[in-house]
Design a protein around this ligand. Structure first.
Ligand SMILES: Nc1nc2c(c(=O)[nH]1)N[C@H]1C(S)=C(S)[C@@H](COP(=O)(O)O)O[C@H]1N2
Ligand SMILES: [Mo]
Length: 417
């Protein structure tokens, strides 16, 4: 498992690829009406600054949408849609494209009616308005949120033909909020306090038990995402941020925090978010999201349209344990692994963007990526996961994803062993 290409070899490749990419453009002077004729958009004045008080994407991007898989759930109020990972780049998920998961639909809350109560093992039970919360010192952090069920359908084998559906239960935004520890300190946690119950104000009243240690470490009470107010779908006006841990703990429309001396037992925790093991026992508290990566392009929804020659592979890698120091990519199903180029910010518990540029000879490919995290943990194969957790599971599938590429550039979701 070595890097076939050392730094100098990689530098050479990058230079020669840049040259061939330049050569792939058309030669100037060819008669192209888009160059030689005045185009419609240059023939008259465009819209003025008062046309769009809130900007929207170009109409040419109207196909870039969150999508659901209707047969996955019985109701669309207790359901999920998926981030279109194959159409995004960089590490930030635009607010309108961040996947949604809710158990009883979206609660629409007037911020004037927002309250957060803190009770239980505290010196002084408290109630905060949104204005009260915003008077605590603010912090800004970029974190990924991944639903525990992300890639769950793929456990048994390739199911869904698109990275949006296999891996799109994830988003990565910059949160502005206050530290949960500062807000808890205002109520004064009693020494017997060991757990915090976080409860949502939606019809599901979704609640989760969080160990006090985590609550006092890096959890945030957030009211902004990517600089603007949270979207209603993401918990407006306030959600809990539980960095690196499974998405179901990130309570939206947060209305109550109760400090207790033991975890609460809830249907969702005990029935839905446990992982069955091969032995028949189940893993109960599996909060951490382990290192994972996926190639977002090429992928089934983003085939290679340009034929052979200079080709860009790109994808995402992340870990609940810290940053991603290294991502490997293979184009031949794991015979040779190459070090991918991680580009852009490398932030704690955030998505990382990687690229691998190569010259495609037009022959079929088997693409995979493999993330390493700061603990030395390496993303496992799906078979390695199955050997520990059995053939049937719905949660915590962080196994290596394979895409096959045919000579015509069509990409399929496959599995190789
Ligand atoms: N109040 C409330 N919080 C909730 C949920 C919910 O249904 N109600 N769903 C949870 C689950 S299972 C996930 S994966 C995340 C999804 O967050 P998102 O909708 O911003 O993607 O929110 C969590 N917080
Ligand atoms: Mo979830």
């Amino acid at each position: 498992m070595s890097n076939k290409f050392g730094p100098s070899r990689r530098k050479f490749l990058a230079t020669s690829l840049a040259a061939s990419v330049a050569a792939s453009g058309a030669r100037a002077g060819a008669s192209d009406p888009i160059i030689t004729e005045v185009q419609p958009w240059a023939q008259e004045l465009g819209k003025g600054v008062d046309e769009r008080g809130y900007g929207l994407p170009s109409p040419h991007e109207a196909h870039v949408l969150r999508k659901s898989v209707p047969w996955l759930t019985a109701e669309d109020t207790s359901s999920i849609n998926f981030t279109p990972l194959h159409q995004l780049d960089g590490i930030i998920t635009p607010n309108g494209l961040a996947f949604e998961r809710h158990h009883s639909g979206v609660a629409e809350i007037n911020p004037a009616d927002y309250r957060l109560m803190i009770n239980g093992l505290v010196d002084q039970p408290m109630v905060f308005t949104l204005q009260d919360l915003m008077r605590f010192p603010r912090h800004n952090k970029v974190y990924f949120l991944e639903c525990t069920a992300n890639s769950g359908m793929e456990w048994r084998g390739p199911q869904l033909n698109g990275v949006q559906f296999t891996h799109g239960m994830i988003h990565n935004v910059m949160y502005t909020g206050v530290m949960l520890r500062d807000v808890l300190a205002a109520a004064g946690v009693k020494t017997a306090g060991k757990w915090v119950l976080a409860e949502g104000a939606d019809a599901a009243g979704l609640s989760r038990s969080i160990p006090l240690e985590k609550a006092l470490d890096d959890c945030m009470i957030a009211f902004k995402m990517n600089g603007e107010a949270l979207r209603a779908e993401q918990g407006y006006p306030v959600r809990l941020v539980v960095p690196g841990w499974e998405g179901n703990m990130w309570i939206k429309w947060l209305r109550r925090l109760e400090v207790g001396d033991q975890p609460w037992h809830h249907r969702e925790e005990t029935a839905r978010y446990t992982d069955l093991l091969a032995s028949g026992n189940s893993r109960r508290f599996t909060w951490m999201m382990d290192a994972k990566s996926v190639i977002t392009e090429p992928s089934p929804q983003a085939p290679i349209l340009h034929g052979k020659g200079p080709t860009i592979i790109t994808g995402l890698a992340w870990s609940g344990q810290g940053v991603i120091p290294r991502v490997d990519v293979t184009i031949d199903g794991g015979v040779n692994w190459h070090a991918a180029r991680v580009d852009g910010p490398s932030l704690d518990k955030s998505l990382h963007r990687f690229y691998f540029e190569f010259d495609w000879d037009g022959k079929p490919l088997l693409l995979q990526s493999r993330a390493h995290d700061t603990t030395g943990y390496v993303q496992p194969t799906k078979d390695a996961l199955r050997s520990i957790r059995g053939e049937v599971s719905n949660y915590h599938n962080n196994g290596i994803q394979t895409w096959s590429v045919e000579s015509d550039g069509v990409v399929e979701n496959v599995e190789i062993s």
